[in-house]
Design a protein around this ligand. Structure first.
Ligand SMILES: [Fe+2]
Length: 311
């Protein structure tokens, strides 16, 4: 039996009573999955997993994503981590030294400090992320999580009805540009590999049946709205969904493993003193299908303008 202690009543729980260095019995994994469906963020302290153990645990949730670093912007270069299935969430280079200020990997990772949900810029986005901490900073560097089910529940029914029809354009290079990365002059190959993708603005979480907003700083616009209406609605929703009452901050300790469900949460990393070392790695599970059908076509701009003005 797992030992599950709520950190907040409905959103974040601490889980003990399992060892991720060993293969989990199916019954124990079912308890983890049920807890993740009930909450949305699980904190597992004292899990000193190596890369293979972290990946093996992540595969219990489904097929994994390949990290964008080794497959795109850092392709063919030496990495700090051995396995391309893991994203390097650190400020270290392949030799273990601190990244320089202008290092591409640092600049790309900066947008982790914006509210987002992992890989929503992919046609089939991420479901579950599993982040483990090997080296932590004394101050700062926390990860904040926002409960998109609670934010949805708190919206007036009239607004919920309008939002349910909307589809957003998520663009990897949009969120990079927001943190000063020169997204315009990236190689064409990157742009072809990472085209903007549509995602529903409101999702139903399969494990709980709860509806949730599906927001991220990767969103460039809402289809069917003109630019001003789209930006205004997105800003309003982002501000609302990240009000303190929906947010929990996790302060990291070495050997913490934190699991979150990207389908119903947002998260962001907090700044820290970059002269301090911080080493984490993330395994990311692919969702089972795109959020909008492959044959979906974008509506003409401004077809939803009236709805947005009313919202
Ligand atoms: Fe993230």
């Amino acid at each position: 039996m797992l030992d599950i202690t709520p950190i907040t009543p409905d959103f974040v729980a601490e889980v003990r009573g399992l060892d991720l260095r060993q293969a989990l019995p199916a019954s124990l994994f079912a308890e983890v999955e049920a807890a993740l469906n009930r909450y949305a963020v699980l904190v597992l302290p004292g899990q000193a997993v190596n890369e293979a153990q972290q990946l093996a645990f992540a595969r219990c949730f489904g097929p994994l994503e390949v990290s964008l670093g080794p497959s795109l912007y850092n392709a063919g270069r030496p990495r700090r981590l051995d396995d391309a299935g893991l994203s390097d969430i650190s400020n270290l280079d392949e030799t273990g030294d601190l990244l320089g200020k202008q290092d591409l990997r640092r600049l790309i990772n900066l947008s982790n400090q914006l509210w987002h949900t992992d890989s929503s810029f992919k046609r089939t986005p991420a479901s579950v992320s599993i982040l483990s901490a090997q080296e932590v900073v004394r101050e700062g560097g926390e990860t904040e999580f926002a409960d998109m089910r609670a934010a949805w529940d708190a919206l007036p029914p009239q607004q919920q009805a309008r939002l349910e029809e909307l589809v957003a354009e998520h663009d990897y290079f949009h969120s990079r540009a927001l943190t000063g990365f020169d997204a315009i002059s990236v190689p064409d190959e990157w742009k072809q590999r990472m085209p903007p993708v549509p995602q529903k603005l409101v999702r139903v979480h399969p494990g709980s049946g709860r509806k949730s907003l599906y927001l991220a700083s990767h969103i460039k616009r809402l289809y069917g709205l003109d630019d001003a209406a789209s930006r205004a609605l997105l800003d309003e929703l982002m501000s609302f969904a990240t009000l303190p009452r929906f947010v929990h901050q996790h302060h990291w300790h070495v050997d913490d493993v934190v699991i979150w469900d990207n389908r119903c949460t947002m998260h962001r990393g907090r700044p820290f003193d970059e002269s301090q070392r911080r080493a984490m790695r993330r395994a990311t599970v692919m969702d089972s299908a795109p959020t909008v059908p492959e044959n979906w076509r974008a509506p003409a701009a401004s077809s939803h303008t009236r709805a947005a003005q009313d919202a």
